[in-house]
Design a protein around this ligand. Structure first.
Ligand code: G
Ligand code: G
Ligand code: MN
Ligand code: NA
Length: 255
C-alpha cells in the first residue's frame, strides 16, 4: 500500500522528475563502441532520494499501474532516441508480463511510433522475460507477432535463467538474446560458463539472433567474450545506468 501510494503520487506529478529514465550503454564486443542503451526507470521521492525499480515495479504490476508507468517509460525512451539521432543505434525498454498481457499494449506502441515519423522502429527493442510467456501463451504469441510486424525488435531478457529457455527460443520471434549475468560474470575463470556461452552464441547465430552478454564487470570476461565471438556486451565495465544528460556526455559523440 505504501509503495502503491508513492507510485500514484509519482505518476500524478511531473513524471520526468518523479520517474526519470536512466540509460546504460550496450557496446560492440569487438570495438567497445556504444551501439545501444537499455532504459531503466527510477523513482525520485519527494525527499529527493532515488529508488530502483525493485522498490516500485512489483507494486506497479500488482495494481495495474504498470500500464501508465510503462507508457511513460516508452515515451521517454523514444523521445531520447529521437533527440540523440544517429549518435545512438537503439534503445531497449523492459516490458513486464502484465504490460504485454494488456490488450491495449500494441495499439499504444503503434500510436507512439506513429507520432515519431521518420524513426526506424527497429531502433526500439522490447526486452521481455520468460515469465511473460507463462499463462496466456497464444495471446502473448500473437501480440509478439503484432509487435514484430510494427518493425520493433524483441529481446529475450535474463536468458537462460528460466526453466523453458529452449521452448522460448523455439516459439518466440525474438531478434536478440540477452544472456543473463549469472552465466557471464566470472566466465574467464570458469570453463563451464564459457562452454555454455559458446553454445548459446552458436545456437543464437544459427537462429539468426543477436546476443548481448549482460553483467560484464571484468576486463578478462570482456576479452573472453570477444574471443568467443559475442557481438554485444553490457555491464559496469562499460558504464552503469545514468541519467540521460550524463549518458550523452559520457557515451555519445557529438558531431
Ligand atoms: O536498473 P536495475 O538494475 O535496478 O533494474 C532492476 C530490474 O528492474 C531489472 O530486472 C529491469 O528489467 C527492471 N526494470 C527496469 N526498468 C524497468 C521498466 O521500465 N519497466 C519494467 N517493467 N521493468 C524495469
Ligand atoms: O533484468 P535486467 O537485465 O533488465 O536487469 C538490468 C539490471 O542489471 C539493471 O538494473 C542494471 O543496473 C544491472 N546491471 C547492469 N550491468 C551490471 C553489471 O555489470 N553488474 C551488475 N551487478 N549489475 C548490472
Ligand atoms: Mn533488461
Ligand atoms: Na537481464
Amino acid at each position: 500500500i505504501a509503495a502503491e501510494q508513492r507510485l500514484r503520487e509519482a505518476l500524478a506529478g511531473d513524471r520526468e522528475q518523479t520517474l526519470p529514465v536512466w540509460f546504460q550503454p550496450i557496446v560492440s564486443g569487438e570495438t567497445g563502441q556504444v551501439v545501444g542503451a537499455e532504459t531503466l526507470v527510477r523513482m525520485r521521492t519527494p525527499e529527493g532520494k532515488i529508488l530502483g525499480p525493485g522498490a516500485f515495479v512489483p507494486a506497479a504490476e500488482e495494481t495495474g499501474l504498470i500500464v501508465p508507468l510503462g507508457e511513460h517509460v516508452l515515451t521517454m525512451a523514444l523521445r531520447h532516441l529521437v533527440a540523440w539521432r544517429d549518435e545512438l543505434g537503439y534503445v531497449s525498454v523492459n516490458v513486464s508480463p502484465r504490460q504485454l498481457a494488456e490488450p491495449d499494449f500494441v495499439p499504444l506502441l503503434a500510436g507512439l511510433l506513429a507520432r515519431m515519423p521518420g524513426l526506424n522502429p527497429a531502433r526500439l527493442v522490447l526486452e521481455i522475460t520468460e515469465t511473460a510467456l507463462l499463462g496466456s501463451s497464444a495471446d502473448v504469441q500473437q501480440r509478439l507477432e503484432m509487435i514484430k510486424s510494427l518493425g520493433v525488435r524483441i529481446a529475450l531478457d535474463d536468458f537462460g535463467t528460466g526453466y523453458s529457455s529452449l521452448t522460448w527460443l523455439q516459439s518466440v520471434p525474438a531478434d536478440v538474446v540477452k544472456l543473463d549475468r549469472s552465466f557471464v560474470a566470472g566466465l574467464s575463470a570458469d570453463p563451464r560458463k564459457s562452454s555454455i556461452i559458446s553454445a548459446v552464441l552458436w545456437l543464437a547465430q544459427s537462429l539468426g539472433m543477436s546476443v548481448v552478454a549482460e553483467g560484464v564487470e571484468e576486463e578478462a570476461d570482456w576479452h573472453a567474450l570477444v574471443a568467443a565471438g559475442c557481438p554485444a556486451i553490457q555491464g559496469y565495465l562499460f558504464g552503469k545506468p545514468v541519467p540521460p544528460a550524463e549518458f550523452a556526455a559520457a557515451h555519445l559523440h557529438r558531431s
